[in-house]
Ligand binder design. Structure first.
Ligand code: NI
Length: 254
């Protein structure tokens, strides 16, 4: 049994979403959590959650949306998160990869959504790119908010900081890449704070790297971690499922 804790499933990326969901089920993926992080994809993902029993969602405005997200969007988001099967807010965060020009606006949007998560007792899914220190400092302002550091690929030192704050690390296809040090970080920290994710349609794990990603490749990520840690795939599945349910409380949302 597997859950993909973070993926994007949009008509923009997939021609036939129904068949993607069917393929996921055939591959043994029991539930997926879709992240809607733009105005359009938030609506799209909420519709998919209504349509499919195995689809859950996290919604929130990505840092790349900073310049187009309005006050009305945020007001609306606070209503949208009350819908059934919304299990968190995200992906939200900071992204300085293309520059820091709108850093203050990014921080403002990030803080507003963290405050919303705090008010509604929801966990957050964090996007942090080239912005580790600011991300940690802002998260520390909201000590009651639990977090999934999505697509984690940082150092052991950074992993330890996030874990000390009680957060979970979303591990995806990068862990299977030959040139990545991520598996050695996972070996050091163990499975107690790890979630499995694909971040599809991006970052397809080996041996299918280069193809379009989807949740059906979650077992490849689990297998890589199992081999790295010298344990069974079942053990990886069991522990990461427990972590997923602890953070996102899927059981109470059925
Ligand atoms: Ni993502």
């Amino acid at each position: 049994m597997f859950i993909d804790t973070h993926c994007h499933l949009s008509v923009e990326d997939y021609d036939d979403i129904d068949s993607v969901i069917l393929e996921n089920r055939e591959a043994g993926i029991d539930k997926i959590i879709i992240s809607g992080c733009t105005r359009e994809s938030i609506i799209e993902s909420l519709d998919l959650a209504k349509k499919y029993p195995d689809v859950y969602v996290t919604i929130g405005y990505h840092p790349s949306e900073t310049d187009i997200t309005t006050y009305d969007d945020i007001m609306k988001l606070e209503e949208q998160i009350k819908q059934e099967k919304v299990v968190g807010i995200g992906e939200i965060g900071l992204d300085y990869h293309y520059g820091k020009e709108n850093k203050d606006a990014q921080m403002h949007l990030f803080r507003r959504q963290l405050a919303m998560a705090d008010r509604h007792h929801l966990p957050v899914v964090i996007h942090s790119r080239d912005a580790t220190l600011d991300t940690i400092n802002i998260l520390k302002e909201f000590p009651r908010v639990k977090a999934d550091i999505h697509c984690f690929s940082g150092s052991l030192e950074t992993a330890k900081i996030y874990i000390s704050l009680g957060y979970y690390l979303g591990i995806g296809g990068v862990v299977t890449f030959k040139n990545s040090k991520l598996l050695s970080v996972v070996k050091e920290i163990g499975l107690d704070h790890i979630l499995l994710e694909t971040d599809s349609p991006y970052l397809t794990p080996e041996p299918n790297r280069g193809k379009k990603n989807s949740s059906k490749y979650i077992p490849d990520i689990a297998k890589c971690i199992a081999e790295g840690l010298g344990i069974s795939v079942e053990e990886v599945s069991k522990i990461t499922l427990e972590n997923t349910n602890t953070l996102f409380d899927l059981g109470s949302k059925l």
